[in-house]
Design a protein around this ligand. Structure first.
Ligand SMILES: COc1ccc([C@H]2[C@H](O)[C@H](O)[C@H](C)N2C)cc1
Length: 450
């Protein structure tokens, strides 16, 4: 064990209520919006193949041209309540909103820079409008904040000269001021989702970030900050030199997911996911694979089944409209959630052996168990291997509790649930299973009250 001054502040999961609420969200919405939505992945008639929110870094985009885009930012279609309503229908329990991406443009009227929404034709506080609208829908608000800030003279990716260092000190204080400003203006904020913390310059700032982390957490009790913020004494991120996670949940699963519970190391985690292969900000020409609702639902269920949250990204266009493909998917996933969210909200990992037909989830409060089916077996036989002494007593479809499914128990304590629907289901479906150990198994007279 290596002695660290700035390593993990805790081993194991946070157990306070705000973190339990976070753990039980299941589904979140990411919003990437900013001046990058104006070019939408094109400039001078040329297509930009990278992520649209990174277009400023493209050699086809002159910095001068990009840095003046804010002067035409006037999203006349922007309607915070419409976005929040759509998120409610999607079934998102929380939202992560970009306050400032790597380009440094602030969607709130920050007093620490002129590069903000206040100096656009639109003028009004976008973050304030969104915080209020999502709050009204009962959706918890988290703020995304990029440490990288291409607009600030003091931002450096690495510190070489003395001047770099003195400039960077100014940048560090600017960063601290903006974060305090955000939590002061929007005290409803439940957490911060940091990004752009991979630079060498930042990885040298263990003690500054440790102090800033503490200061921010003191401003809002229960504030939730993930593993993408602090570097340890040696510049390690996410996990310190002893392999312990820094922060309240792992933020490494960006457009990718774990496959086994072991890969999750007993930590809380989120997977942030784009609908196209790699576009967070608005790109008017999505190329490559665009995920379908069933693909996104399977990712969501897989995340919950492995004790994580799934955060689906939306990138509104330069006028503030959420594009039709995203609106369609929000509707499709939302319709599925209306019927099946019982297997998502407040649910997590069940330590039974994963089967080919899909995923187990279990409600952390009621212990109710679910089988979310993606691969219907030709045989109509759903194998379930429980733990020693646990037998399945009842199985039925979540959306048809009256139709009990037949269960066979084999000699080596496997349970075979038989289900042959007349027609092939068009979407994933959920089976509820009750065991001899379940509290909510009303007809089990042997159950000793706890
Ligand atoms: C592969 O290098 C990356 C990938 C994604 C990112 C940024 C995206 O712009 C988006 O904000 C995502 C959440 N973040 C990790 C940065 C660097």
């Amino acid at each position: 064990n290596i002695t660290l001054k700035y390593g993990a502040e805790r081993i194991g999961k946070r157990t306070d209520q705000p973190m339990q609420d976070w753990r039980n969200y299941g589904l979140g919405q990411f919003i990437h919006w900013g001046v990058y939505a104006i070019p939408g992945g094109h400039w001078n008639g040329k297509y930009y193949a990278g992520a649209a929110e990174w277009i400023r870094s493209w050699e086809g985009m002159p910095n001068e041209a990009y840095d003046n885009l804010y002067k035409e930012f006037n999203p006349k279609n922007f309607n915070a309540n419409a976005w929040a309503k759509q998120a409610k229908e999607l079934g998102a329990k929380y939202v992560i909103i970009t306050t400032k991406h790597h380009d440094g443009f602030c969607l709130w009227p920050s007093e620490y820079t002129d590069y903000t929404i206040a100096n656009t034709p639109y003028k009004k506080d976008i973050i304030g409008a969104l915080v209020e609208a999502y709050d009204k829908q009962g959706i918890d608000v988290y703020l995304y904040f990029s440490i990288i800030d291409w607009n600030h003279f003091g931002y450096k990716s690495k510190l070489v000269t003395d001047k770099d260092r003195t400039d960077y000190e100014v940048f560090k204080e600017f960063t601290r001021n903006q974060l305090i400003e955000l939590l002061t203006r929007y005290p409803e904020t439940k957490g911060l989702w940091f990004d752009g913390t991979w630079d060498a310059a930042w990885k040298e700032q263990a003690s500054y970030v440790y102090d800033l982390d503490k200061e921010l957490r003191e401003m809002i009790p229960g504030l939730i900050i993930g593993s993408r913020f602090r570097p340890d004494d040696y510049g390690n991120r996410h996990f310190d030199a002893n392999g312990n996670m820094m922060g309240d949940y792992e933020q490494g699963w960006e457009r990718k997911m774990p496959n086994t519970i072991e890969e999750v190391h007993g930590n809380d985690w989120d997977c942030v996911m784009t609908i196209p292969e790699n576009q967070w900000g608005y790109h008017s020409d999505w190329r490559g694979h665009v995920k379908t609702s069933n693909e996104l639902i399977e990712m969501l269920v897989k995340a919950v089944a492995l004790d994580g949250n799934f955060v689906l990204n939306f990138g509104p266009d330069g006028l503030g409209t959420i594009r039709k493909e995203e609106t369609k998917l929000a509707k499709q996933v939302g319709e599925w959630m209306k019927v099946n969210s019982t297997a998502i909200y407040n649910c997590g990992y069940l330590d039974w052996e994963k089967q080919d037909w899909g995923y187990f989830t279990t409600n952390r409060i009621t212990q109710e168990k679910y089988m979310v089916v993606f691969n219907q077996p030709i045989s109509g036989v759903y194998t379930v291997k429980t733990k020693k002494g646990v037998s399945i007593e009842k199985a039925y479809l979540l959306d048809n509790p009256g139709l009990e499914l037949s269960i066979e128990k084999t000699y080596n304590n496997e349970f075979l649930i038989q289900y042959n629907p007349e027609n092939h289901p068009e979407e994933p479906f959920v089976m509820v299973i009750e065991t001899n150990k379940d509290q909510n198994n009303s007809d089990n007279q042997y159950l000793q009250p706890k």
